[in-house]
Ligand binder design. Sequence first.
Ligand code: ZN
Ligand code: ZN
Length: 372
Amino acid sequence: MKTHAYVLAEKDAPFVWQEVELHDPEDNEVLIEVVACGICHTDLAVQSGAFPSPFPNVTGHEGSGVVMKAGKSVTRVKEGDKVLCSFNHCSECGPCQTGHPAACEGFGAVNFGRLRSSAVGQKPGLSGSNGGDLYGAFFGQSTFAKHAVVMENSCVKVPDDTDLITLAPLGCGLQTGAGSVLNKLKPEKDSTLAISGLGAVGVSALLAAKYLGVQTIIVVDVVPAKLELAKQFGATHVFNARDADVVDQVKAITPYKGGVKYFVECSGSVPALKAAWAMTANMGTLLSAGTPGPGVQPPFGVFENLVGCKTYIGLCEGDSNPPEFIPFLAKLYADGHFPIDKISKAFPYDKLEEALHAMHVGETIKPILVFT
Ligand SMILES: [Zn+2]
Ligand SMILES: [Zn+2]
Protein backbone atom coordinates (compact mmCIF):
# COMPACT_ATOMS: atom_id res chain seq x y z
CA MET A 1 0.00 0.00 0.00
CA LYS A 2 1.01 3.59 -0.46
CA THR A 3 1.50 5.80 2.59
CA HIS A 4 3.66 8.71 3.72
CA ALA A 5 6.73 8.63 5.94
CA TYR A 6 9.71 10.73 7.02
CA VAL A 7 12.66 9.45 5.01
CA LEU A 8 16.36 9.95 5.77
CA ALA A 9 18.12 9.65 2.39
CA GLU A 10 21.63 9.44 3.87
CA LYS A 11 23.74 10.37 6.88
CA ASP A 12 23.08 13.99 7.97
CA ALA A 13 20.20 14.35 5.46
CA PRO A 14 17.03 16.11 6.67
CA PHE A 15 13.83 14.23 7.46
CA VAL A 16 11.76 14.47 4.24
CA TRP A 17 8.03 13.71 4.25
CA GLN A 18 7.29 11.68 1.14
CA GLU A 19 5.09 9.03 -0.38
CA VAL A 20 6.39 5.50 0.10
CA GLU A 21 5.23 2.01 -0.80
CA LEU A 22 4.76 -0.30 2.18
CA HIS A 23 4.99 -4.07 1.69
CA ASP A 24 2.33 -6.45 3.05
CA PRO A 25 3.02 -7.78 6.55
CA GLU A 26 4.87 -11.12 6.71
CA ASP A 27 3.60 -13.88 9.02
CA ASN A 28 5.22 -12.31 12.10
CA GLU A 29 4.35 -8.71 11.24
CA VAL A 30 1.45 -6.34 11.81
CA LEU A 31 0.22 -3.43 9.70
CA ILE A 32 -0.79 -0.47 11.86
CA GLU A 33 -2.27 2.93 11.23
CA VAL A 34 0.08 5.13 13.23
CA VAL A 35 -1.58 7.57 15.63
CA ALA A 36 1.49 9.16 17.22
CA CYS A 37 5.20 8.75 17.76
CA GLY A 38 7.51 10.29 20.35
CA ILE A 39 10.78 11.79 19.17
CA CYS A 40 13.82 10.29 20.91
CA HIS A 41 17.50 11.31 20.72
CA THR A 42 18.17 7.89 19.20
CA ASP A 43 16.31 8.94 16.02
CA LEU A 44 18.67 11.90 15.75
CA ALA A 45 21.67 9.68 16.49
CA VAL A 46 20.73 7.60 13.43
CA GLN A 47 20.39 10.76 11.34
CA SER A 48 23.87 11.92 12.40
CA GLY A 49 25.41 8.47 12.01
CA ALA A 50 26.37 8.27 15.72
CA PHE A 51 24.33 5.02 15.89
CA PRO A 52 25.02 3.02 12.71
CA SER A 53 21.92 1.99 10.71
CA PRO A 54 21.63 1.46 6.94
CA PHE A 55 20.35 4.28 4.67
CA PRO A 56 18.05 5.31 3.11
CA ASN A 57 15.66 4.62 5.93
CA VAL A 58 12.66 5.56 8.05
CA THR A 59 13.11 6.03 11.81
CA GLY A 60 10.57 6.54 14.61
CA HIS A 61 10.50 4.05 17.49
CA GLU A 62 8.00 5.30 20.06
CA GLY A 63 4.93 4.69 17.95
CA SER A 64 1.32 3.99 18.78
CA GLY A 65 -1.55 3.00 16.55
CA VAL A 66 -4.36 0.70 15.60
CA VAL A 67 -3.88 -2.73 14.03
CA MET A 68 -5.22 -2.91 10.46
CA LYS A 69 -3.94 -6.37 9.58
CA ALA A 70 -2.01 -9.06 11.45
CA GLY A 71 0.24 -11.69 9.85
CA LYS A 72 -0.73 -15.38 9.99
CA SER A 73 1.38 -16.39 13.00
CA VAL A 74 0.71 -13.28 15.08
CA THR A 75 -0.89 -13.98 18.47
CA ARG A 76 -0.14 -10.84 20.50
CA VAL A 77 -2.64 -8.59 18.69
CA LYS A 78 -5.51 -8.73 16.22
CA GLU A 79 -7.21 -6.36 13.81
CA GLY A 80 -8.71 -3.34 15.58
CA ASP A 81 -6.49 -3.57 18.67
CA LYS A 82 -4.78 -0.48 20.00
CA VAL A 83 -1.02 -0.90 20.34
CA LEU A 84 1.96 0.88 21.82
CA CYS A 85 5.16 -0.02 20.01
CA SER A 86 8.46 -0.77 21.69
CA PHE A 87 11.86 -2.25 20.84
CA ASN A 88 12.26 -5.48 18.88
CA HIS A 89 14.00 -8.65 20.08
CA CYS A 90 14.82 -12.07 18.67
CA SER A 91 12.77 -14.33 21.02
CA GLU A 92 15.40 -17.08 20.68
CA CYS A 93 18.48 -16.14 22.72
CA GLY A 94 19.02 -16.73 26.45
CA PRO A 95 17.94 -13.28 27.68
CA CYS A 96 14.81 -13.35 25.46
CA GLN A 97 13.92 -16.84 26.69
CA THR A 98 14.30 -15.82 30.33
CA GLY A 99 12.21 -12.63 30.35
CA HIS A 100 14.91 -10.04 29.59
CA PRO A 101 14.26 -9.10 25.94
CA ALA A 102 16.05 -5.73 26.31
CA ALA A 103 19.27 -7.71 26.81
CA CYS A 104 18.64 -9.63 23.55
CA GLU A 105 21.88 -10.82 21.98
CA GLY A 106 20.52 -9.67 18.63
CA PHE A 107 19.44 -6.23 19.92
CA GLY A 108 21.62 -4.29 17.48
CA ALA A 109 20.63 -6.38 14.46
CA VAL A 110 16.86 -6.33 15.07
CA ASN A 111 16.62 -2.69 16.16
CA PHE A 112 19.31 -0.77 14.25
CA GLY A 113 20.29 -3.35 11.63
CA ARG A 114 16.71 -3.53 10.30
CA LEU A 115 16.69 -7.32 10.52
CA ARG A 116 13.01 -8.27 10.38
CA SER A 117 13.28 -11.93 11.42
CA SER A 118 15.53 -14.87 10.78
CA ALA A 119 13.03 -16.07 8.13
CA VAL A 120 12.71 -12.76 6.29
CA GLY A 121 16.20 -11.37 6.95
CA GLN A 122 17.17 -7.75 6.39
CA LYS A 123 14.63 -7.01 3.66
CA PRO A 124 14.22 -3.24 3.26
CA GLY A 125 10.43 -3.38 3.64
CA LEU A 126 9.64 -0.03 2.03
CA SER A 127 10.30 1.61 -1.28
CA GLY A 128 10.43 5.29 -2.13
CA SER A 129 8.51 7.17 -4.81
CA ASN A 130 11.47 6.59 -7.17
CA GLY A 131 11.16 2.82 -6.61
CA GLY A 132 14.41 2.57 -4.61
CA ASP A 133 14.48 0.46 -1.44
CA LEU A 134 14.06 2.07 1.98
CA TYR A 135 14.89 0.36 5.26
CA GLY A 136 11.95 0.12 7.66
CA ALA A 137 11.82 -2.01 10.82
CA PHE A 138 13.70 0.54 12.97
CA PHE A 139 13.17 -0.92 16.46
CA GLY A 140 10.85 -3.27 14.57
CA GLN A 141 8.53 -0.39 13.67
CA SER A 142 9.74 2.77 11.77
CA THR A 143 6.76 4.78 12.95
CA PHE A 144 7.61 8.27 11.65
CA ALA A 145 4.90 7.44 9.14
CA LYS A 146 1.16 7.33 8.58
CA HIS A 147 1.27 3.54 8.43
CA ALA A 148 3.92 1.04 9.48
CA VAL A 149 4.61 -2.66 9.30
CA VAL A 150 5.58 -3.57 12.86
CA MET A 151 7.20 -6.76 14.12
CA GLU A 152 4.91 -8.68 16.45
CA ASN A 153 7.61 -8.52 19.15
CA SER A 154 7.43 -4.71 19.06
CA CYS A 155 3.66 -4.64 19.65
CA VAL A 156 2.08 -4.22 23.07
CA LYS A 157 -1.70 -4.48 23.14
CA VAL A 158 -3.33 -1.83 25.33
CA PRO A 159 -6.96 -1.24 26.40
CA ASP A 160 -9.34 0.51 23.99
CA ASP A 161 -9.55 3.61 26.18
CA THR A 162 -5.76 4.21 26.10
CA ASP A 163 -4.62 7.71 25.15
CA LEU A 164 -2.40 6.76 22.22
CA ILE A 165 -0.86 10.24 21.95
CA THR A 166 0.21 10.87 25.55
CA LEU A 167 1.36 7.30 26.13
CA ALA A 168 3.17 6.79 22.79
CA PRO A 169 6.64 7.50 24.29
CA LEU A 170 6.33 4.73 26.89
CA GLY A 171 7.97 2.34 24.42
CA CYS A 172 11.51 3.70 24.69
CA GLY A 173 12.83 6.65 26.70
CA LEU A 174 10.27 6.55 29.48
CA GLN A 175 10.52 2.84 30.18
CA THR A 176 14.32 3.14 30.04
CA GLY A 177 14.50 5.58 32.96
CA ALA A 178 11.66 4.08 34.95
CA GLY A 179 12.95 0.53 34.42
CA SER A 180 16.46 1.46 35.54
CA VAL A 181 15.02 2.35 38.94
CA LEU A 182 12.03 -0.02 39.25
CA ASN A 183 13.45 -3.13 37.57
CA LYS A 184 17.14 -2.91 38.40
CA LEU A 185 18.27 -0.62 41.23
CA LYS A 186 15.19 -1.00 43.43
CA PRO A 187 16.43 1.65 45.89
CA GLU A 188 15.37 1.47 49.54
CA LYS A 189 13.25 4.33 50.91
CA ASP A 190 16.05 5.58 53.15
CA SER A 191 18.69 5.51 50.42
CA THR A 192 20.20 8.30 48.31
CA LEU A 193 19.75 8.24 44.55
CA ALA A 194 21.15 10.70 42.01
CA ILE A 195 20.29 11.23 38.35
CA SER A 196 22.31 13.15 35.78
CA GLY A 197 20.79 14.38 32.51
CA LEU A 198 17.15 15.39 32.76
CA GLY A 199 15.78 14.32 29.38
CA ALA A 200 12.93 11.84 29.06
CA VAL A 201 15.06 9.03 30.52
CA GLY A 202 16.17 11.14 33.49
CA VAL A 203 12.68 12.45 34.27
CA SER A 204 11.19 8.98 34.20
CA ALA A 205 13.94 7.73 36.54
CA LEU A 206 13.11 10.65 38.84
CA LEU A 207 9.37 9.90 38.76
CA ALA A 208 10.09 6.25 39.53
CA ALA A 209 12.30 7.14 42.50
CA LYS A 210 9.62 9.51 43.80
CA TYR A 211 7.00 6.77 43.38
CA LEU A 212 9.13 4.43 45.50
CA GLY A 213 9.41 7.12 48.18
CA VAL A 214 13.19 7.45 48.06
CA GLN A 215 14.07 10.07 50.68
CA THR A 216 16.98 11.79 48.99
CA ILE A 217 16.72 12.29 45.23
CA ILE A 218 19.44 14.40 43.64
CA VAL A 219 19.35 15.72 40.09
CA VAL A 220 22.41 17.06 38.26
CA ASP A 221 22.06 18.89 34.94
CA VAL A 222 23.62 21.80 33.05
CA VAL A 223 20.32 23.60 32.28
CA PRO A 224 18.95 25.70 35.18
CA ALA A 225 15.36 25.43 33.86
CA LYS A 226 15.61 21.65 34.02
CA LEU A 227 16.81 21.81 37.61
CA GLU A 228 13.69 23.83 38.46
CA LEU A 229 11.57 21.22 36.69
CA ALA A 230 13.33 18.48 38.66
CA LYS A 231 12.22 20.10 41.93
CA GLN A 232 8.61 20.13 40.71
CA PHE A 233 8.85 16.41 39.96
CA GLY A 234 10.18 15.51 43.39
CA ALA A 235 13.95 16.04 43.41
CA THR A 236 15.00 16.94 46.94
CA HIS A 237 18.30 18.51 45.84
CA VAL A 238 19.51 19.86 42.49
CA PHE A 239 23.01 20.79 41.35
CA ASN A 240 24.43 22.47 38.28
CA ALA A 241 26.88 20.13 36.56
CA ARG A 242 28.84 23.15 35.30
CA ASP A 243 29.93 24.06 38.84
CA ALA A 244 33.60 23.15 39.16
CA ASP A 245 33.04 21.63 42.61
CA VAL A 246 29.78 19.81 41.78
CA VAL A 247 31.19 16.46 42.95
CA ASP A 248 32.03 17.90 46.40
CA GLN A 249 28.65 19.66 46.58
CA VAL A 250 26.79 16.40 46.01
CA LYS A 251 28.95 14.37 48.37
CA ALA A 252 28.52 17.01 51.10
CA ILE A 253 24.81 16.20 51.47
CA THR A 254 25.17 12.41 51.46
CA PRO A 255 25.66 10.08 54.48
CA TYR A 256 29.26 10.31 55.81
CA LYS A 257 29.84 12.70 52.88
CA GLY A 258 30.80 9.61 50.88
CA GLY A 259 28.50 9.95 47.87
CA VAL A 260 25.20 8.44 46.80
CA LYS A 261 24.25 4.78 47.06
CA TYR A 262 22.63 4.75 43.60
CA PHE A 263 23.41 6.82 40.52
CA VAL A 264 21.54 6.76 37.20
CA GLU A 265 23.56 8.46 34.46
CA CYS A 266 21.18 9.37 31.63
CA SER A 267 23.00 11.98 29.54
CA GLY A 268 25.41 9.57 27.85
CA SER A 269 28.15 12.20 28.16
CA VAL A 270 31.55 10.82 29.18
CA PRO A 271 32.44 13.76 31.50
CA ALA A 272 29.02 13.32 33.16
CA LEU A 273 29.74 9.60 33.64
CA LYS A 274 33.13 10.40 35.14
CA ALA A 275 31.54 12.85 37.59
CA ALA A 276 28.78 10.35 38.37
CA TRP A 277 31.34 7.68 39.23
CA ALA A 278 33.06 10.14 41.58
CA MET A 279 29.71 11.01 43.23
CA THR A 280 28.87 7.34 43.83
CA ALA A 281 29.80 6.12 47.31
CA ASN A 282 32.07 3.16 47.90
CA MET A 283 29.85 0.05 47.86
CA GLY A 284 27.44 2.07 45.71
CA THR A 285 26.04 1.34 42.24
CA LEU A 286 26.39 3.46 39.11
CA LEU A 287 24.08 2.64 36.21
CA SER A 288 24.48 3.92 32.64
CA ALA A 289 21.07 4.41 31.02
CA GLY A 290 22.44 6.79 28.37
CA THR A 291 25.30 6.16 25.96
CA PRO A 292 27.67 8.18 23.76
CA GLY A 293 27.41 5.49 21.04
CA PRO A 294 29.52 2.43 20.22
CA GLY A 295 33.20 2.08 21.08
CA VAL A 296 33.63 4.50 24.01
CA GLN A 297 35.46 3.25 27.15
CA PRO A 298 34.25 3.99 30.72
CA PRO A 299 36.21 6.96 32.18
CA PHE A 300 37.35 5.32 35.41
CA GLY A 301 40.03 2.85 36.37
CA VAL A 302 39.55 -0.84 37.09
CA PHE A 303 41.78 -0.48 40.16
CA GLU A 304 39.90 2.56 41.50
CA ASN A 305 36.58 0.82 40.93
CA LEU A 306 37.83 -2.30 42.70
CA VAL A 307 39.16 -0.55 45.78
CA GLY A 308 35.95 1.49 45.94
CA CYS A 309 33.96 -1.75 45.77
CA LYS A 310 31.64 0.00 43.31
CA THR A 311 29.26 -1.72 40.91
CA TYR A 312 28.99 -0.36 37.38
CA ILE A 313 25.93 -1.46 35.40
CA GLY A 314 25.07 -0.94 31.73
CA LEU A 315 21.34 -1.31 31.18
CA CYS A 316 19.38 -1.25 27.95
CA GLU A 317 15.73 -0.09 27.88
CA GLY A 318 15.54 -0.38 31.67
CA ASP A 319 15.57 -4.20 31.46
CA SER A 320 11.91 -3.89 30.50
CA ASN A 321 9.71 -6.66 29.24
CA PRO A 322 7.32 -4.37 27.33
CA PRO A 323 4.09 -6.48 27.45
CA GLU A 324 4.36 -6.40 31.24
CA PHE A 325 6.13 -3.13 31.97
CA ILE A 326 4.30 -0.78 29.57
CA PRO A 327 0.82 -1.62 30.96
CA PHE A 328 2.30 -1.21 34.46
CA LEU A 329 3.57 2.29 33.59
CA ALA A 330 0.22 3.14 31.95
CA LYS A 331 -1.46 2.20 35.24
CA LEU A 332 0.99 4.38 37.20
CA TYR A 333 0.10 7.25 34.83
CA ALA A 334 -3.64 6.64 35.31
CA ASP A 335 -3.14 6.64 39.10
CA GLY A 336 -1.25 9.95 38.99
CA HIS A 337 2.18 8.52 39.87
CA PHE A 338 3.77 8.98 36.46
CA PRO A 339 2.63 12.39 35.11
CA ILE A 340 4.31 12.11 31.74
CA ASP A 341 1.76 14.47 30.16
CA LYS A 342 3.58 17.28 32.00
CA ILE A 343 6.85 16.68 30.14
CA SER A 344 5.49 16.16 26.63
CA LYS A 345 3.99 18.29 23.90
CA ALA A 346 2.10 17.05 20.84
CA PHE A 347 2.80 18.47 17.37
CA PRO A 348 1.01 17.79 14.07
CA TYR A 349 3.24 15.52 11.95
CA ASP A 350 4.09 18.33 9.52
CA LYS A 351 5.62 20.38 12.35
CA LEU A 352 8.66 18.15 12.84
CA GLU A 353 11.14 21.04 12.72
CA GLU A 354 9.15 22.92 15.37
CA ALA A 355 9.04 19.80 17.52
CA LEU A 356 12.81 19.28 17.27
CA HIS A 357 13.43 22.95 18.07
CA ALA A 358 11.18 22.72 21.14
CA MET A 359 13.21 19.74 22.37
CA HIS A 360 16.59 21.41 21.72
CA VAL A 361 15.72 24.64 23.55
CA GLY A 362 14.16 22.77 26.49
CA GLU A 363 10.60 23.97 25.81
CA THR A 364 9.50 20.35 26.06
CA ILE A 365 11.32 17.22 27.13
CA LYS A 366 9.35 14.84 24.94
CA PRO A 367 7.88 16.09 21.66
CA ILE A 368 5.27 13.76 20.15
CA LEU A 369 4.31 13.78 16.46
CA VAL A 370 0.63 13.12 15.76
CA PHE A 371 -0.11 11.44 12.44
CA THR A 372 -3.92 11.32 12.44
ZN1 ZN B 1 17.05 -12.33 21.82
ZN1 ZN C 1 14.59 5.81 22.04
